[in-house]
Design a protein. Structure first.
Length: 722
């Protein structure tokens, strides 16, 4: 870390949203101009700055200083103060007033403006209104710097400065001082520990009631992030003591206070009546709501459709030119007599064909049908195979990002007789609740999904809980159809599902590719090298697949040598030799890069997990465009935190998608995530080629681990009750 001091010669680029700045600084000692790059809120040319940072070399622009922190050196002499004020930093001060201020306060002028603005009215030409204007302008100009300095002093990354200032305004530092724990609730991404660090630096007692409440809220939210609907009270009290040095009695009092305020819900556990379950308020409402809506739907009888099995078969043959199996025919018939049904099954068992057949039959009966899925990728796939319009559940329900509300609900239900939801295992508790609220009591709901796949990224295990309750008629498709019986991918997926080892075609030469095989190596670095060889040369040469578009690397985790972060960097260097965008926020992106959108963006109509290709980059106007399946979406450089490289993605992010070729590294370093359903999910993403590579021991661990981390939820018990 080095420190330089100088005056700001010019600002090359400034992002108003996040204050990312590229500027030229003339150093005081040598007067040589230096390029500085980083977050510098509200700086202006001619200001004197002291900057701490590290040198780096940009491939195009050369040597530059990456800013770690900075401070403004305010002028101290009368001449420099006069020049500073006349440059327009403070609004409402013209040359005459500047002279009057200097005459009155001399080298204390800036100190008076900042700390004693009431004294300004003693200057001729300055009344109360003008004094207030000068004071407010000074505060506005310097408040964000004060905030940045405050964050630096508390070892909090200054990249949060813009978000915090946007939320709290000029009084941000005082707001944080009064209640630092607001940060973890109000500012996305800043985290509880950052807020707690500030609180400790402000000497807030470890057992201060507000800190205890913040700790509990954090622990409850952590459980939600891990997929749980509730957490056990005893575990919360234990963790409060172990992690935050809070006595159980005081933590218990805080829990009761939070429940009394309605921020959490505490009730007896269904599974263990001796224990208390602690729910976030919204998840408790959602789980209860799902149960009540399902029970209400099941209580409404379905009118006889007036069609028999022969007519059903005839209509499917007519529309789809396929003859349904006896297993499929039974499901088709039962779907006409039940308000809610679930269809589950592994790959190759005919779930997609069944969706198409159900569409054909209900169309024949003149019913209005809606098709939807949880993600944009799953929606596109559903639309392709059915040749009908489909939408994401969020879009179907008319979600408003600004209001955080859904347009469709019990007062404004969906206009449909039949609603079919594909990839239902990916639907979490909150979305299922809002979906069910929007379904009329006269509609039929059909949920289709592979329950053995990984559960939803969000909290809950809704599809599995519904099946386990045995309250909803469920059809598990088991027969593998003839056209897929010889597919080693499908055969091995079912073997993995049953806990049996895959049947690999033994090959010592990667050139001799089968449709499904395993490359054994215990060396993580060698795994990375092999993945590069496969993506860049072996697979494209053997199968004709495109290295970027057709091949997807799926890995269990982000960190480590074979995590997504490292693999993306390595693969990008080999597969895409275009120059990179260097500025913060867009760092590392290149024309032609394969990228993934990371969170739902309803304005852009792009959703978490959507994968596209960077089709253009305009460095001068500071935006790039991504091609999502033929639809071009524009991103300002300030929005690029919504994107990540996608040459390698996690198995969780791959749910709902299929790829021509899939490569899955599996190593003992992934021990915590080595589960049978994760391996199964990864394998079932491949359409024509699946390659596992890594450790045989890791593969065996995954196959034997059929007890994935249990998610705490009460939906099955709520459905059984009453």
């Amino acid at each position: 870390m080095i420190t330089i001091e100088g005056h700001l010669e010019r600002i090359t680029y400034y992002n108003r949203e996040n204050h990312f700045t590229i500027a030229r600084l003339k150093t005081i000692k040598t007067n040589d101009p230096v390029t500085v790059v980083g977050f510098m809120p509200a700086v202006k040319p001619a200001e004197v700055l002291k900057i701490k940072g590290t040198w780096e070399t940009h491939p195009k622009y050369g040597r530059q200083l990456r800013i770690n922190s900075f401070e403004v050196i305010l002028p101290a002499t009368i001449d420099s103060i006069k020049n500073y004020l006349e440059s327009g930093f403070v609004k409402g001060i013209g040359p005459k007033i500047v002279d009057a201020l200097i005459d009155r306060f001399e080298n204390k002028t800036l100190e008076v403006i900042e700390k004693e603005p009431e004294k300004l009215i003693a200057v001729k030409g300055i009344g109360k209104a003008k004094a207030a204007q000068i004071s407010n302008s000074w505060k506005e100009h310097h408040a964000i710097r004060s905030l940045m300095l405050f964050l630096q002093e508390n070892n909090i990354t200054t990249s949060y400065t813009a978000k915090i200032f946007k939320e709290y305004g000029d009084d941000a530092v005082n707001i944080i001082r009064n209640d630092p724990y607001r940060l973890s609730n109000d500012i996305p991404g800043i985290g509880f520990y950052a807020a707690d660090t500030i609180a400790q630096n402000l000497n807030i007692a470890k057992e201060d009631p507000e800190r205890i409440k913040a700790c509990i809220i954090y622990l409850v939210e952590q459980c939600t992030a891990e997929g749980h609907i509730f957490s056990y009270e005893d575990e919360i009290l234990k963790r409060c003591g172990n992690l935050f040095a809070i006595a159980p009695e005081k933590a218990g009092n805080a829990l009761t206070a939070l429940a009394d305020k309605g921020e959490i819900v505490i009730e007896k556990s269904f599974e263990n009546p001796e224990a208390n379950a602690v729910y976030p308020k919204d998840l408790h409402e959602a789980e209860n709501g799902i149960s009540n809506r399902i029970k209400a739907l099941l209580s409404v009888p379905v009118a006889s459709p007036g069609i028999d099995s022969k007519q059903i078969t005839a209509e499917v043959v007519k529309k789809l030119a396929i003859n349904p199996s006896s297993e499929q025919l039974k499901v088709l018939h039962e779907a006409l007599f039940h308000r809610v049904i679930i269809i589950t099954g592994g790959p190759g068992t005919g779930k997609t064909t069944l969706i198409r057949s159900i569409n054909a039959v209900f169309e024949f009966l003149g019913k209005r049908i809606i098709l939807a899925a949880p993600t944009g990728r799953a929606t596109r796939r559903l639309s392709e195979v059915t040749r009908r319009e489909a939408s994401t559940i969020h879009k179907l329900l008319g979600y408003s990002l600004e209001e955080g509300l859904f347009d469709k609900n019990q007062d404004n239900p969906l206009d449909a007789d039949v609603i079919i939801i594909d990839e239902a295992s990916m639907v979490d508790t909150l979305i299922m609740f809002h979906l069910l609220k929007a379904i009329s009591m006269n509609s039929v709901l059909i949920l289709v999904g592979d329950v053995f796949q990984l559960p939803a990224v969000g909290p809950g295990n809704v599809l599995a809980d519904m099946i386990n309750s045995k309250k909803i008629i469920t059809f598990e498709l088991k027969k593998i159809f003839r056209q897929t019986q010889e597919s080693p991918i499908i055969i091995n997926a079912h073997r993995v599902r049953m806990g049996a080892a895959p049947d690999f075609q033994k090959t010592e030469e990667p050139d001799k590719l089968s449709e499904f095989y395993f490359i054994e190596t215990n060396n993580p670095d060698r795994v990375v090298e092999t993945i590069v060889e496969l993506c860049a040369r072996k697979i494209p040469q053997a199968f004709g697949f495109d290295s970027i578009r057709d091949i997807q690397v799926l890995t269990p985790m982000h960190k480590g040598v074979i995590g997504t972060v490292n693999l993306n960097q390595v693969l990008q260097k080999v597969l895409n030799v275009q120059p990179a965008v260097s500025e913060k926020g867009g760092s590392g992106f290149r024309l032609g890069d394969k990228v993934m959108h990371l969170k739902n963006n309803y304005q852009k109509d792009v959703f978490n997990g959507d994968i596209g290709t960077i089709s253009s980059i305009d460095a001068s106007k500071r935006f790039l465009s991504v091609d999502y399946y033929g639809r071009i979406v524009k991103y300002e450089f300030a929005e690029l935190e919504e994107l990540s490289l996608a040459y390698a993605i996690t198995v969780h992010k791959s749910q709902g998608s299929e790829y021509p070729a899939v490569i899955v590294p599996i190593m003992t370093q992934h021990f915590a995530l080595l589960q049978r359903n994760l391996l199964y999910t990864a394998i079932t993403r491949g359409k024509k080629l699946v390659i596992l590579l890594g450790s045989r021991k890791a593969l065996d661990i995954a196959l034997k681990n059929d007890s994935p981390r249990k998610r705490f939820s009460s939906l099955a018990n709520r459905l059984l009750k009453g």
